[in-house]
Design a protein around this ligand. Structure first.
Ligand code: ADP
Ligand code: MG
Length: 490
């Protein structure tokens, strides 16, 4: 890369005042020399270029005709030697009065944060290319880091829907990420212990923390592992007397995520070692995140001090999501897959699957497959395929519930539906109640009449005749009717 006519600039470099008489060769004030050299570099290089190659580069020493520079990685070293060697040499000569060979050593710089090291390493010189290269480089290194950490890149904060069921859990997760950015600070919550029934999003949330930590800084060491894998590794290490290797491996980890802690019950003999491993970690100010399907106090077969360790940071539950969150999750999955499904089906799924997000996803996938086959399936068909137990739900619907739902949909009091008021809106709503009781609940005319406070069952017959006509004539009414049915039966 021939960017600059260095020879031309070399002439313009001012001669520094170096008191060679009082300073023996090996005691040259390297900082002063380097200051002069970098001032000259700054004069001829633009900022991006300078930052890319020289911001983290230092002059270590000048000895025996060799100037030893240090930089943070091999790539930088090679580029400097290839593209800037001659120019650097002439700067150094002018600054020291000696003819020096240049040698560069690669050295991790403790004082600059890992983020900075990373930024310099990917710059190229051209701001545009630089930006793209950085983005590309970022992406590659992030992907590599995610793979090494055994994380699923799909599990991010972005794809994690927050509702009242997991709000605290998510806030704790975010705070862990912030803590991880400030390496030196002690952790706010350590360990974090998440618990909740299967499919509520524990693994997703924990991995989101790992993914985010690596996205911010791919140099961090994250490890996601199930407790079984972890214990098996530990046992194997003890058996083969490689405890030290095991400890060293995990000592390097900044964030340790251990899933399905409840299975620790099956390994009663490893508790001492596990306890010590945790302690070592904890004392080294490393972040630990754990997840289990039950709280620490319900995990059997573990010693009190291990349980106390689990409980020592933040114990936080994740509940099954409520309806709105379930619906939002379904919509988010569709957005991710870039497909759409009629809202009524989403509603059907969200209403019928209440405990597990995993099942929610499974059902949605079935519906996506169905709708892809061509003809849009009917509500009943979808319900049947998803094996939603709509029949037993239907059987549980009481006449009182019908009145309540219709009253709510039409915005009138249930009292009016059972009264003799004949205002148009009320009369129509009352007819809808009668119609539903007749056609869906299959009640007798007499009992329907009684439910809506009538003596005469001909009112019911009349309603059953009128409603289908009214539904045909009014879209608005038909929609309200469908909504009532959805609310009651699906
Ligand atoms: P758990 O570990 O609690 O058994 P998972 O984390 O494996 O549950 O979640 C099951 C599935 O549901 C995963 O595919 C996950 O992405 C999804 N999921 C769970 N909770 C949410 C949420 N709040 N937002 C989006 N997806 C979720
Ligand atoms: Mg899980």
């Amino acid at each position: 890369m021939d960017k600059i006519d260095f020879e031309k600039y070399a002439e313009s470099i001012p001669k520094p005042e170096i008191r060679t008489d009082t300073q023996p060769q090996q005691d040259i004030e390297v900082d002063d020399v380097w200051k002069i050299v970098t001032e000259n570099l700054r004069m001829v290089l633009d900022r991006v270029e300078y930052d890319s190659w020289f911001a983290g580069t230092h002059l270590e020493r000048v000895q025996n005709g060799v100037a030893t520079l240090s930089c943070s990685n091999d790539f930088k070293r090679e580029t400097i030697l290839k593209d800037y060697n001659k120019f650097l040499q002439s700067c150094l000569t002018k600054a020291t009065g000696q003819n020096l060979q240049i040698e560069i050593v690669v050295k991790q710089q403790e004082q600059s944060s890992p983020k900075e090291r990373y930024r310099y390493a990917t710059k190229t010189g051209n701001p545009i290319i630089d930006l793209f290269t950085k983005m590309e480089g970022d992406k590659r290194r992030y992907e590599e880091a995610v793979k090494n950490a055994r994380l699923n890149p799909r599990y991010t904060f972005k794809s994690f829907i927050v509702g009242s069921n997991n709000r605290l859990a998510e806030a704790v997760a975010q705070s862990v990420v912030t803590d991880m950015e400030n390496e030196g600070l002690s952790k706010s919550y350590n360990p974090v212990f998440y618990y909740g029934s299967t499919g509520v999003g524990k693994t997703h949330l924990m991995q989101a923390i790992g993914n985010e930590v690596l996205r911010v800084n791919p140099d961090r060491k994250v490890s996601y592992i199930s407790i079984e894998q972890f214990l098996n590794e530990m046992i194997e290490a003890i058996r083969t007397k490689k405890n030290e290797d095991f400890r060293t491996k995990y000592r390097e980890v900044d964030l340790l995520i251990i899933d399905d802690i409840q299975f620790v019950e099956a390994y009663p003999k490893t508790q001492e070692e596990l306890f010590h491993t945790f302690n070592t970690f904890y004392q080294a100010n490393k972040q630990i995140i754990l997840a289990s399907d039950r709280p620490p106090r319900e995990i059997k077969n573990i010693t009190d001090r291990l349980r106390t360790r689990f409980e020592g940071g933040m114990v936080c539950d994740i509940q099954p999501p409520e309806y709105e969150t379930r619906l939002a999750i379904l919509k988010q999955i569709l957005a991710e897959k870039k497909v759409s499904v009629p809202d009524a089906f989403l509603d059907l799924i969200a209403k019928n699957i209440e405990t597990s997000v995993r099942e929610l996803e499974g059902s949605l996938n079935k519906v996506i497959t169905l709708t892809k086959l061509g003809e849009v399936p009917s509500y009943e068909e979808v319900a049947r395929i998803l094996q939603f137990d709509i029949e037993s739900k239907r059987k549980r619907v009481t006449p009182e519930r019908v009145i309540e739902v219709v009253a709510n949909e039409f915005g009138i009091s249930t009292r009016f539906l059972k009264s003799s008021r004949k205002t148009n809106g009320i009369a129509t709503a009352r007819q809808i109640v009668m119609y539903i009781l007749r056609t869906e609940l299959e009640l007798s005319l007499k009992s329907i009449a009684k439910t809506v406070g009538r003596k005469d069952h001909t009112t019911v017959l009349h309603a059953c005749e009128m409603v289908p006509k009214k539904l045909k004539n009014s879209n608005d009414l038909a929609q309200k009717y469908e909504k009532c049915k959805g609310e009651l039966f699906y």
